[in-house]
Design a binder for this molecule. Structure first.
Ligand code: CDT
Length: 302
């Protein structure tokens, strides 16, 4: 039977003052725990190398620049790729990407996928970039749109040891289109990283639902597309802002089969049976037979 041992490596908060070397050492420790648990593939959170700086209105270009990676792997991150090779555990890592494209510097909220040999397999750039470019009255400061362009690589799917892997980043997980596009591209497992504030000033009446609204779309996405999901939070109180945990692994049935129980650095592992994708599809939706794409044109209209 086709199986993939997948680990979710949740991290606790990452302070602004923490050096890249210190963060990478933390991630390597998590990868070692994942390897001990038999994992072949691990997923780290969104923006796993730095604090979630879009919570701040920064103006100093040098200060802003310091949050981005200009190469991946680069000098600071190469030890993580070396650890992957040593431990034979691939990984997906969220980071802030700076790249020269079309003759200018462009910045994306990105996730890179590395193989068990530590080589880069591919990358995904966050499509649904939430928040604003400037602080808005009465709304929690979340300036992702100031610091990142929306992704321009589509919803790619990569082969990892023969398993078709897609990636999604934080707010992407709330969109049905994310899962549908990845799964139409053939994904059998979707790796997700996130940083989700517990409290948003604009929605106090929804505060008690933050965790429900974390799991609800991922469980629905897994069920409605019969796909495995492995999702890693950056959790805990980071620079005074509480981030939810709830990192989890979800089966194509929609069930959570592993769940983190802390707000700190923690690893959960599950041996994902890839036959379940088809089993669940047969019992639920036989897309090839019953879907009605000609009736869905409205979804793709701008
Ligand atoms: N990082 C990220 O995308 N967080 C969002 C919260 C944004 S609130 C303006 C999320 O969907 O969890």
């Amino acid at each position: 039977a086709r199986r993939l041992n997948v680990a979710v490596c949740q991290t606790g908060p990452i302070a602004r003052a923490e050096s890249r070397a210190d963060v990478v050492a933390r991630l390597i420790a998590l990868l070692e725990t994942a390897a001990t648990g038999g994992a072949e593939l691990a997923v780290f959170p969104e923006m796993a190398l730095t604090t979630f700086f879009p919570r701040w209105e920064l103006t100093d270009p040098d200060e802003i620049r310091a949050f981005y990676e200009h190469e991946m792997p680069g000098p600071d991150t190469a030890p993580l790729f070396a650890a992957a090779r040593r431990l034979k555990v691939g990984f997906a890592l969220g980071y802030c990407e700076s790249v020269v494209e079309d003759g200018r510097e462009r910045r994306f909220n990105t996730m890179v996928l590395a193989g068990r040999d530590g080589a880069v397999i591919g990358r995904y750039r966050k499509m649904h970039v939430p928040g604003s470019e400037e602080p808005e009255e009465g709304v929690t400061v979340h300036l992702e749109r100031r610091y990142f362009e929306p992704g321009n690589l589509g919803f790619p799917v990569f082969s990892f040891e023969g398993v078709r892997i897609g990636m999604a980043i934080c707010n992407d997980r709330r969109w049905p289109e994310t899962y549908r596009m990845l799964c139409l591209n053939g994904a059998e497992m979707v790796l997700i990283g996130y940083n989700t504030p517990l409290l948003l000033s604009e929605t106090p009446r929804l505060a008690h639902l933050r965790m429900f609204h974390n799991h609800l779309p991922m469980q629905a996405g897994a069920y409605q597309n019969t796909v495995w999901i492995a999702a890693a939070a950056k959790a805990g109180v980071e620079e005074g802002q509480a981030l939810i945990g709830g990192s989890c692994i979800i089966a194509p049935s929609g069930e959570i089969v592993a769940l983190a129980n802390s707000l700190g650095d923690e690893v959960i592992v599950h041996r994902a049976d890839l036959a379940m994708n088809d089993d669940c599809a047969k019992a639920g939706f036989d897309f090839a037979r019953y879907r009605r794409p000609t009736e869905y044109a409205l979804i793709a209209q701008t």
